[in-house]
Design a protein around this ligand. Sequence first.
Ligand SMILES: Nc1ncnc2c1ncn2[C@@H]1O[C@H](COP(=O)(O)OP(=O)(O)OP(=O)(O)O)[C@@H](O)[C@H]1O
Length: 253
Amino acid sequence: MVALRLEDVSATYGRRTILSGISTGLLRGGRLTAVIGPNAAGKSTLFKRIAGLAKGAGLVHLSDTAEGPQTICYMPQDTGANAVLTVYESVLLSAKQGSGWKVKEEELAEIDRVLAALKIDDLAFRGLGELSGGQRQLVSIAQALVRKPEVLLMDEPTSALDLFRQIEVLGFMKHLSATSGMAVLIALHDLNHALRYCDDTIVINGGSVAASGPTQEVITADMLKSVYRVDARVETCSLGRPMVIVDGSLSAA
Ligand SMILES: Nc1ncnc2c1ncn2[C@@H]1O[C@H](COP(=O)(O)OP(=O)(O)OP(=O)(O)O)[C@@H](O)[C@H]1O
């Protein structure tokens, strides 16, 4: 199964250093890893650096992988709407990236499966330009999944989704990574989603790793205070699940 490890990774835009000294343990296939941290901490930049879309020193180690074009897939936070294509065409185009243009039956069947799994099969022949923000986000997820990457980097994939869709998508990703062996890294702002769905969590703050490890060990009141500047508690709800309860911001206290 694929495993990803970062060794002293940095990232720069021009002369500006955004990330430095980012090292991780083995991020294994079959697991979901949350990447959390405040706005502008460097989460998207980290994903771009891993995907080879940003420059910087250090090493991105990938083991037990075929290292083809489908190895790493980055699903960006903002996906523009190409009004010319239908949903189906855009997903097919993504599936064919890096391979020939001959379309096989099983590729079409896979697109049907992914659209159905994300419950957007009814949108297949609608133009991208006429979709809502949440619908477009689901299409972006479909475009990433049909490529069947070994490492999937999802940048805030649920930010435009309603509550029902958020838990559907995250539950589906957890199931998919466990069954397919894909390593999934998800940038998230909702820390309760990280606690519920993600095995491990990496906290980025000011371009460095502030904490990393099993999610429940990482998301603590102390971390929330030092990284997010909020007074918060992590308590067990009536169903036995840990939950973040925010009492206020430190600057307002
Ligand atoms: N193309 C770019 N050129 C120069 N600076 C950039 C570029 N993209 C991002 N930055 C800067 O890099 C820093 C990190 O941005 P990044 O998008 O990685 O943060 P983030 O943690 O994903 O933030 P958010 O939670 O707000 O999405 C920010 O200060 C941002 O202004």
